[in-house]
Ligand binder design. Structure first.
Ligand code: BEZ
Length: 343
């Protein structure tokens, strides 16, 4: 019975992806390989965008803002359909679909990307930025843009970064007050080598789990805690299963806004500009809105019964150094990033 159910789900997922691919080819992919002049005006697009978060998370709101901006700036020529909450599969599936062109856009975690384009590891240098605004300002630097460029050879145009809250640590029933208290804790991290290494260096046992599997894993005691952001803690109701929340802000958490490169390359210069300016407006909206919510989110979680507290950043200094020494020499862009932002 279980087997039949499993095959049924696999069949439906494949059917959805193929349907999506077919739809997209009738729409945005019209432009691919076309001999039409690049300056052509009036072309219409029906784009698709996929991401992992629930619809009340800031990344989804940013996707809605992007949709609105595309519509407004193109006078209705660019329409966007959004597939939230892993509807099109895992992040690995989504990136594959974007690379193939069956999906046009994605907001994909830099954490996942670090396993297929290692320069994205740079963003996980612990405590590289003093706050969310400084991380957001880093979007416009040379090194951040060069890191986006490392996606080119995968058929992907890295457009920009979206910041919607730094990382915090949640614990099911142990109040962790210093790095040494992490010893032996089974701690969920997003599947990503630099995150696993950071928590290993703290003495924890990192468990790679994608977002949709986290709630059940804490609830059933498979894990003792998780690396998360405050927004997802609320939208995924982790406050129901974790008693303690250390607002460490130890790492930033960029989503990479990306697009099928062929589709982008075949657009007119004016249309490219519409894409770039629309995503920029969405990224600015996300960071501004999210920054203003920090205190409100902490209060929501305290009111829901969690103990919310801070851990002194200086206790993590040896681990910051370990990270820099391990990853800086692996990639010139990671070294450049550390040299630029580590003050
Ligand atoms: C996570 O894997 O922890 C995550 C992914 C996307 C948004 C927020 C959190």
């Amino acid at each position: 019975m279980k087997r039949i159910k499993k095959w049924g789900i696999a069949f439906l997922t494949t059917a959805l992806v193929l349907t999506t691919a077919a739809c997209s080819q009738n729409t945005s992919s019209e432009t691919k390989g076309s001999s039409e002049p690049k300056t052509e005006e009036g072309k219409t697009y029906n784009f698709k965008l996929a991401h992992i978060t629930p619809t009340d998370h800031m990344w989804h709101k940013a996707a809605e803002k992007f949709k609105e901006e595309l519509d407004k700036r193109s006078d209705g020529r660019m329409q966007l359909e959004i597939y939230p909450a892993s509807q099109l599969g895992t992040e690995a599936d989504m990136v594959q679909q974007i690379s193939a062109g069956s999906v046009d856009f994605g907001f994909i975690t830099a954490a996942y990307l670090s396993s297929r384009a290692p320069a994205f590891t740079a963003w996980f240098a612990p405590y590289a930025f003093k706050d969310l605004e400084s991380a957001n300002a880093a979007r416009d630097t040379d090194v951040a843009k060069k890191i986006l460029g490392t996606l080119d050879d995968q058929g992907i145009k890295g457009l920009d970064y979206l910041f919607a809250g730094n990382r915090v640590m949640l614990f099911k029933d142990k109040e962790v007050l210093k790095p040494e208290d992490m010893k032996g804790i089974r701690f969920r991290v997003t599947p990503s080598p630099p995150l696993q290494d950071f928590y290993k260096s703290l003495g924890a046992s990192p468990e790679s789990l994608p977002l949709p599997e986290v709630y059940a894993a804490v609830q059933t005691g498979v894990i003792d805690g998780m690396d998360m952001d405050l927004d997802a803690t609320i939208t995924n109701k982790y406050y129901e299963v974790a008693k303690y929340g250390a607002v460490t802000n130890h790492m930033v958490w960029p989503a990479v806004a990306m697009m099928n490169k062929n589709t982008f390359d075949n657009m007119s210069d004016d249309d490219k500009k519409i894409i770039e300016e629309s995503i920029k407006a969405a990224a600015e909206y996300a960071v501004t809105t999210r920054s203003a919510q920090e205190e409100e989110f902490k209060k929501t979680l305290s009111d829901a019964g969690m103990k919310i507290y801070e851990i002194d950043q200086t206790l993590f200094e040896p681990y910051m150094k370990q990270f820099d020494e391990k990853y800086g020499p692996t990639d010139p862009l990671i070294q450049e990033f550390i040299d630029t932002f580590r003050k």
